[in-house]
Ligand binder design. Structure first.
Ligand SMILES: NC(=O)c1ccc[n+]([C@@H]2O[C@H](COP(=O)([O-])OP(=O)(O)OC[C@H]3O[C@@H](n4cnc5c(N)ncnc54)[C@H](O)[C@@H]3O)[C@@H](O)[C@H]2O)c1
Length: 306
């Protein structure tokens, strides 16, 4: 099987690339290295250093004719989207349309799109399901929703098979302090440097933290079982920022100095996903609980201390 992974040099993309190579796929990466790193890319992957929003990226897909495309490249910072909505739309909307157009033109069999639970906005539910209303509170959430809608229309109008995966907060080794929901990476960075960690608000805001290796498995299952599906990918468990700090301190064996700062525009108070549909359709359940995932992430940071 030949695949293209856009954003394959990034946090989630590089884990997906690693697993695809382990399963003997031929892997091509399209990445402009705006947040991705050369050191994230395994040796056996072929790298095309291009922007997804260019004719060069379109040509890579036309030339390589992959069976499957995993589309992860994105402007993935909620905060940046609030400051630069046009840049966010250029990458996440125009860039996505360019990739879809190339996929259709080169008869790609299936595309898996990395979407986000940010498109539900501040909707107050104990768990958000795929049938809940879409009401983004950030331009990033909006651009992901538009991206999903383009995938649906490319299927309905041109027959390009797709899966939209709406991730909760993904965490794990190689995550940097840029990007969506990077609070775990920030805590790890502060633990190492001994600097103070800024808790926005009172720390009782909750998130659904899903480990990166579980997200990789959801991507892989989507190829066979996720056709024309839009699915939440999370753990369905709520963890507050205060609890996250507590667990990390437990693993580390000492206290993290914290200070409380004001909440940021676009930030969501509580977010937790109902993943019943992914369980049923993809036969997927997350294998890592928060303690196991945090422990693996912690050891990565200790081993790769800069
Ligand atoms: N990390 C999370 O918690 C989370 C949650 C929901 C959705 N997502 C989505 O998952 C995907 C991967 O996120 P991540 O956390 O690995 O982020 P990341 O920033 O580590 O990875 C994004 C990759 O895309 C590349 N990229 C960015 N703009 C590009 C462009 N114009 N052309 C080519 N390459 C470009 C970057 O260099 C990077 O390698 C993104 O689509 C993101 O929106 C992430």
């Amino acid at each position: 099987m030949k695949v293209v992974v856009t954003g394959g040099a990034g946090f989630i993309g590089s884990h997906l690339v690693e697993e695809l190579l382990a399963q003997h796929a031929k892997v091509h990466i399209i990445d402009n290295f705006s947040t991705g790193l050369h050191s994230n890319v395994p040796m056996n992957a072929v790298v095309h250093e291009v922007d997804i929003n260019t004719h060069e990226a379109w040509q890579v897909i036309m030339r390589e004719k992959p069976d499957i495309v995993f589309h992860l490249a994105a402007q993935a910072e909620v905060h940046r989207s609030m400051l630069e909505p046009k840049f966010d739309a250029d990458v996440n909307i125009s860039g996505t349309v360019n990739i879809l157009d190339a996929c259709h033109a080169s008869s790609v069999k299936h595309i898996v799109f990395s979407s986000s639970s940010a498109l539900y906005g501040n909707l107050q539910r104990s768990q958000l399901s795929e049938d809940d209303p879409i009401h983004p509170a950030s331009y990033y959430g909006l651009s992901k929703w538009v991206g999903e809608t383009y995938l649906r229309l490319f299927y309905e109008l041109r027959g390009l098979s797709y899966t939209n995966l709406r991730y909760a907060n993904v965490y794990g080794p190689r995550q940097t302090v840029k990007g969506e929901g990077c609070v775990v990476a920030l805590i790890m960075q502060k633990l190492q440097s001994g600097e103070t960690f800024n808790v926005h608000g009172n720390g009782e805001q909750t998130r659904d933290f899903v480990f990166v290796k579980d997200v990789v498995q959801a991507n892989l299952s989507s190829v066979k079982l996720g056709k024309q599906q839009t699915l939440n990918i999370g753990t369905s468990n709520r963890t507050s920022i205060n609890r996250l700090i507590e667990l990390t301190e437990q693993i580390h064996g000492s206290k993290l100095p914290i200070v409380h700062a004001s909440s940021r525009p676009g930030d969501i108070r509580h977010s937790c996903l109902d993943c019943t549909k992914a369980r049923q359709q993809l036969k997927w359940t997350p294998k890592f609980n928060i303690f196991e995932g945090l422990t693996e992430t912690y050891h990565y940071h200790i081993t790769n201390k800069q």
